[in-house]
Design a protein around this ligand. Structure first.
Ligand SMILES: [Zn+2]
Length: 421
């Protein structure tokens, strides 16, 4: 290890209290999706103090709407800007984006929280508690504290560092999309979503789908004159569950082996019928379906549609009255980074050094902003403190050890990737 890296690690160990204090303060500023304004002011002030050029802007819904990955959201961005801090390098080094979302999900049921409630930011038994602890204010803290340490040690990086604190990730990623459309690209990017001290290299995609199943209305007393749409939809549902099982066996890779269903088909809404004494003439199933980074969403959509058609053809009524498949609402593409990419190999070296053991490469089933960076030409991986299973839970927490370790990992990644003047 270079002398400089050793100094950085020692400094971060000494600054553990300040690092955790900053994470606590961030948790204590509630920043529910839609109400990110105050927390973003806090981040803006920090980035300014760190000597960054700071870019603060409210994403423009009309501009975002032009993009295939725009997410329909209930409100606009007035008073809830994105904040980007740019630390200019001395030149001739690789640039790096550090991306994190400031928004957090609702805290209900509030009364079930211990540890002083969701906005306490208290530390007990080596854990930091509060909404956003894992997802992902600890991650944002690691970015900021890594930069602070480098600044205090007067380390001048060659490449630019771009810290992105984005809004509205929890509703699908419009904040990061806005940053991409504003022109932020780099040679590499790290998102500090919780990864349980592994490296996320693969991210599954997700789509919302609506399957509309026709039946035939009749009086419930004379049901043989009708065709019950609920029964027909249940038949299709069972078929889809078989198809789901087959897809997991066919598509899972070692990166996704820790999931039973890395690419699930989940029907979340089932609607049918309006009168107990009527045979319903239509049933609608709406669900979220996951797809693998090894298949394109276009190919997957066709495959899913063909599967519904195949099942329908085996049923006399549905063969004559085919169900329809519509893709609506959510679309999150999949993404991956080549495991031989220097960003990944450097991350593995740095993590082995900081943690004392090799870090695994893993896939993530839930959508993240990784796809928006990768698909706009910025190779991206995820390393962050905490467990993704902690995200969105009551008593959300993050191990304080993780926060300190990831701060070191980020600092060393910047030294090795951006280069030192
Ligand atoms: Zn998150």
């Amino acid at each position: 290890m270079m002398n400089l890296e050793r100094k950085v690690i020692e400094a971060i160990d000494q600054q553990q209290d300040e690092i955790l204090h900053y994470a606590s303060k961030l948790i204590q500023i509630p920043s529910l999706t839609g109400e990110e304004g105050l927390a973003q002011q806090f981040i803006r002030d920090t980035l300014t103090d760190l000597g960054c050029e700071v870019d603060v802007w409210e994403p423009d819904l009309d501009e975002l709407r032009q993009h295939a990955e725009f997410q329909q959201v209930p409100d606009n961005y007035t008073g809830r800007p994105n904040v980007v801090g740019i630390l200019r390098g001395t030149g001739a080094g690789k640039s790096m984006i550090l991306n994190g979302h400031i928004d957090v999900v609702p805290v209900e049921p509030m009364e079930k929280w211990d540890h002083g409630g969701p906005w306490s930011g208290v530390i007990q038994d080596e854990m930091l508690y509060g909404r956003g602890a894992s997802d992902m204010k600890a991650g944002l803290t690691c970015f900021i504290q890594a930069l602070r340490t480098l600044r205090e040690l007067e380390v001048r990086l060659r490449g630019d560092v771009i810290v992105e604190s984005v809004v509205d990730e929890e509703r699908g990623g419009n904040g990061t999309l806005a940053a991409v459309l504003r022109g932020y690209h780099a040679d590499g990017a790290i998102i500090a979503e919780p990864t349980n001290m592994t490296i996320t290299t693969d991210n599954a995609g997700a789509l919302w789908v609506r399957v509309t199943v026709p039946g035939k209305a009749a009086h419930g007393a004379y049901k043989e004159y009708g065709v019950n749409a609920i029964e027909k939809a249940m038949y299709l549902y069972r078929h889809l569950m078989e198809y789901e099982k087959e897809r997991q066996t066919r598509l899972s890779t070692p990166r996704f082996a820790h999931y039973q269903y890395p690419f699930p088909i989940n029907i979340g809404i089932f609607k049918s019928g309006d009168w107990p004494s009527s045979v319903p003439d239509i049933a609608i199933m709406e669900g979220r379906v996951g797809f693998s980074p090894t298949e394109s969403h276009q190919v997957f959509r066709k495959e899913f549609e063909a599967e519904v058609t195949r099942a329908a053809q085996e049923d006399p009524w549905l063969a004559e009255h085919p169900p329809s498949v519509n893709w609506f609402g959510l679309f999150m593409d999949s993404a991956r980074i080549d495991p031989n990419h220097p960003l990944v190999t450097t991350a593995q070296e740095v993590m082995a050094q900081v943690l004392g053991h090799p870090a695994e490469l893993k896939g993530k089933a839930g959508g993240t902003d990784m796809r928006l960076l990768v698909n706009s030409g910025t190779p991206c991986l995820q390393i962050g403190p905490g467990l993704s299973s902690e995200a969105h839970t009551v008593n959300e927490s993050v191990p304080i050890r993780n926060v300190v370790d990831v701060t070191k990992i980020i600092a060393l990644m910047l030294i090795r990737t951006c280069g030192v003047h």
